[in-house]
Design a protein around this ligand. Structure first.
Ligand code: UDP
Ligand code: MG
Length: 320
């Protein structure tokens, strides 16, 4: 069985066309499938349209978040709901091509755990393409995962992957990194990309700054990559030793009979020692926090339309 997960926020114009195209692609594949739409607190007619689709097709499930929690939360709800052995995510704005699904599925069947789309010829304004390129190179460098496009909406996963990673905050940009660090086989495949036909992008170039902070977070929370105390501790250790050397030198000079005098190098050494203690204790605090921090996403559901599944906590069945 294949689950298609569609996170959406105010995408009323695209939904019907997207649904039609997904249905025809999936029908052609001939496998069992479900289309899970996660309305991320839309304030346009998206939810009404989704209700219609739910009435129209038995493949459709609809989950609606009580407010706009962001794409990560929407995906994580979808991942929880998905019953398929293969889970596919696709943006709702028709910028991704549903016709690519069979290619992604084939790659999973051939042994990949996660196949990520690469929007090689990205149809977005340069204000988005340029920072995105930069973001992708830094993420690739820092994470050691050689991908060109980490944040493509179009991805396919073996079910184990979505069940074992936790996507919250803004971490959807780093799903391949999280999966890669869990030891899953991550591959990339070029996909076609289209200009946004309707509505507006929910993300601008300014979000990329946050993306970099998130990268640091990701490096730390996946503790295997960077343990805070190891990271800060190393810096602190080096500074401490460098700061201590002149003090020892001057101590010996003093013991050898030299006069007492304050010297610039001595002051610099003291500064380094103090800073090293601060950095070291930040590392210790970060270590304690990262050991305790819950990584469970939190959200509440407004509506949950599904024929087969249990009601999720916080969800409510559609009143008909
Ligand atoms: N999206 C969402 N919640 C949000 C923002 C975006 O579910 O808070 C959905 C959006 O509806 C779309 C996908 O995430 O289906 C990608 O968003 P968008 O197209 O705005 O990003 P871009 O393609 O411009 O990077
Ligand atoms: Mg888009």
């Amino acid at each position: 069985m294949i689950s298609v997960v569609v996170p959406l926020y105010n995408e009323e114009e695209s939904l019907t066309e997207l649904f039609d195209r997904l249905e025809s692609v999936m029908a052609e594949l001939g496998e069992e499938y479900e289309l899970i739409f996660i309305d991320d607190g839309s304030v346009d007619k998206s939810l009404l349209i989704l209700r219609d689709l739910y009435e129209k097709s038995s493949h459709v499930k609809v989950l609606s978040l009580r407010r706009n929690y962001g794409k990560s939360a929407a995906l994580s709800v979808g991942f929880k709901e998905a019953k398929g052995d293969i889970v596919i995510t696709i943006d709702a704005d028709l910028q991704d091509d549903p016709a690519e699904l069979p290619v992604l599925i084939k790659k999973i069947e051939d042994g990949a755990d996660l196949v990520s789309g690469w929007k090689r010829d990205r149809q977005d304004p340069w204000t988005k393409r340029v920072p995105s390129k930069f973001f992708n190179s830094v993420t690739s460098l820092m994470s050691g995962l050689r991908l060109h496009d980490f944040n493509c909406g179009l991805k396919a996963y073996r079910a184990e992957v979505v069940k074992s990673i936790s996507v919250y905050g803004e971490l959807h940009r780093f799903i391949p990194v999280l999966a890669g660090w869990e030891g899953f086989r991550v591959e990339e495949t070029q996909v076609r990309h289209f200009k946004r036909k309707y509505g507006r992008s929910k993300y601008g170039g300014e979000r990329f700054l946050n993306g970099f902070f998130d990268l640091v977070t990701v490096m730390f929370i996946t503790r295997r990559a960077l343990k805070p105390l190891h990271f800060f501790g190393r810096i602190a250790f080096v500074l401490f030793v460098v700061g201590l050397i002149p003090q020892i030198m001057f101590l010996f000079q003093y013991l050898g009979g030299a006069g007492l005098r304050v010297r610039p190098i001595m002051l610099a050494g003291f500064v380094l020692i103090i800073v090293s203690l601060q950095i070291g204790s930040i590392g210790l605090l970060a270590e304690l926090f990262s050991a305790r921090s819950g990584q469970e996403p939190s959200y509440t559901l407004k509506q949950h339309l599904a024929r087969d599944s249990q009601q999720s906590p916080g969800g409510s069945e559609l009143a008909r």
